[in-house]
Design a protein around this ligand. Structure first.
Ligand SMILES: Cc1cc2nc3c(=O)[nH]c(=O)nc-3n(C[C@H](O)[C@H](O)[C@H](O)COP(=O)(O)OP(=O)(O)OC[C@H]3O[C@@H](n4cnc5c(N)ncnc54)[C@H](O)[C@@H]3O)c2cc1C
Length: 475
């Protein structure tokens, strides 16, 4: 059924301001695409307006910089597949080349040849790193369970970080993995961190749970938009509700609709009258504005660099380094550092993922500014890396782009309930969907965008068409 991602829709007529659409969708990321598929599935007349000159939102594969492999500057992993990930199942059904992220790394060299400054990391360092990570997980899961039972008790993550944890060796890189990459920092909501950690306690470590796709996640998500009525380079500047129809303005064109679904990221929705923002008439209730502001986007930076040769390091017996399509190296440096993925998909490249203030620095530096910082870090694990760089780099700019602001939403302390609040439609005319509107453990992930898009697309279409959601779908 197309609404579930399996097929494509017939091309639709050119968009027209003279038409009253059943559903207009703002944003052609994963949520906008799944909302459009759901609404079309009920036979609704749909139009999608997207600010960028491309489709996929925060799932974006750069297929140009590296001829040998596409690189996902945004979402990359199907996560928590063991508990059911519909997007992973669609990719499987399409016969795409998928790689289990666990079992392909880390290389044996993590135990033997990574350097920290001038001294090699040994198995004791690695064991200490694992202990720090485990201590953090136990504290998150134990304290979080109590707060989940009574969300009023939510606190900043920092309040559970006792000196017995923060003084552990390799606390900084362990906290980067367990906290920074999920909610952005220790000043964020413990409940929000718990909900995700409880959903997937050991991301990328449990076989069968997390997968990457060789053709690229962005390419895959964009493929789900085949045949959808999407206008790109069409930033929506205002939405006027309350009348018989809703007016949605992009540039000098105003379209009319019975219902509207907005999937723009929370950072976009929280700002008013500045670049990339949407003006709502009448203004949104202050509770919604507070909710968007309570769910800011986490800073994550990603880059791929090209090298003249492959990275050499210890590998399991019987394999060679280039047979390792996906290896992860946590540089055991007790300062902020990126995570490296050398020999990405068996090419002479290295992927980098950073979070926190390092991510903000790299995002702001742009490609040429970021390269020396990343190479200097890589040198600590692979001496000679800088000399081996072939000059190619592609890096992300999610924080600098006014239509995003970061990677995925995380709640401020006490603001986890904002996710449920923004799920509620306004006046049966205006819905919000997207990763931030999910209250499940998948909140923040592609899966949340996909699921909330389907829900909002169904609700808006059936409202506009005055039918029940159990009605026969047209596709
Ligand atoms: C670096 C990074 C790594 C990530 N890693 C993973 C991962 O491995 N696995 C995972 O599941 N998730 C990951 N995520 C999160 C995932 O990408 C998001 O959850 C998901 O893509 C969000 O989809 P969405 O449709 O809710 O929002 P978006 O994809 O942001 O779509 C919203 C769309 O709205 C558009 N828009 C904004 N303002 C306007 C406007 N005024 N008018 C018109 N259009 C507008 C935007 O251009 C955008 O295309 C990652 C994200 C990033 C950035």
């Amino acid at each position: 059924m197309p609404a579930c991602g399996g097929g494509s829709f017939a091309p639709t007529p050119a968009p027209s301001p003279a038409v009253t659409y059943d559903v207009i969708i703002v944003g052609a990321g994963c949520a906008g695409i799944s909302a459009a598929r759901a609404a079309l599935g009920y036979g609704a007349n749909v139009l999608v307006l997207e600010a960028q000159n491309r489709i996929g939102g925060r799932a974006y594969t750069d297929t140009k910089t590296f001829s040998e492999i596409g690189f996902d500057l945004g979402a990359q992993f199907f996560q928590a597949c063991l508990t059911g990930d519909e997007l992973y199942e669609i990719a499987q059904a399409q016969g795409l080349t998928l790689l289990d992220s666990s079992g392909n790394g880390p290389p044996a060299s993590l135990l033997t040849s990574i350097t920290i400054g001038s001294s090699p990391a040994d198995s004791i360092d690695v064991a200490a790193f694992v202990v720090a990570g485990a201590a953090l997980k136990v504290a998150i899961l134990t304290s979080g369970a109590a707060i989940a039972a009574d969300p009023e008790l939510d606190v900043p993550v920092s309040s559970i970080l006792t000196p017995s944890i923060t003084s552990l060796p390799w606390y900084v890189p362990a906290a980067s993995q367990a906290i920074g990459e999920i909610v952005g920092g220790t000043n964020m909501s413990l409940l929000d961190l718990y909900v995700y950690t409880n959903f997937e306690p050991l991301p990328f470590a449990v076989p069968g749970s997390d997968f990457i796709v060789k053709s690229g996640m962005g390419t895959f998500i964009a493929s789900l938009a085949k045949g959808l009525p999407i206008v790109t380079s069409a930033p929506v500047s205002s939405i006027t509700t309350g009348g018989a129809t809703i007016s949605v303005t992009t540039g000098s064109t105003t379209y009319q609709a019975k219902t509207v679904i907005v999937t723009a990221p929370t950072d976009v929705l929280a700002k008013s009258n500045s670049s990339g923002s949407i003006t709502f008439n009448p203004p949104l209730p202050s509770s919604y504005l507070d909710a968007f502001a309570g769910l800011p986007l986490v800073p994550i930076y990603k880059a791929l660099l090209g090298f003249k040769s492959s990275f050499q390091f210890d590998v399991p017996p019987g394999t060679t380094p280039t047979q390792q399509p996906f290896s992860v190296v946590f540089p055991l440096s007790n300062t902020e550092s990126a995570t490296f993925f050398p020999n990405f998909w068996s090419t002479n490249t290295c992927e980098f993922i950073a979070n926190g203030t390092l991510a903000q620095t790299l995002d702001a530096a742009g490609n040429q500014g970021a390269a020396p910082i990343l190479l200097a870090q890589l040198e600590t694990a692979f001496p000679g890396a800088t000399a081996a760089w072939d000059g190619r780099i592609t890096g992300s700019n999610w924080m600098s782009n006014p239509y995003f602001g970061g990677a995925f939403s995380a709640a401020l302390p006490g603001k986890y309930g904002s996710r449920a609040l923004i799920q509620k439609p306004i006046g049966n005319q205006l819905w919000f969907a997207g990763e931030a509107t999910s209250t499940g453990g998948e909140r923040g992930l592609l899966l949340a965008a996909y699921r909330t898009g389907l829900t909002a697309g169904t609700a808006a279409a059936t409202t506009a068409l005055k039918i029940s959601s159990a009605s026969q779908r047209k596709h």
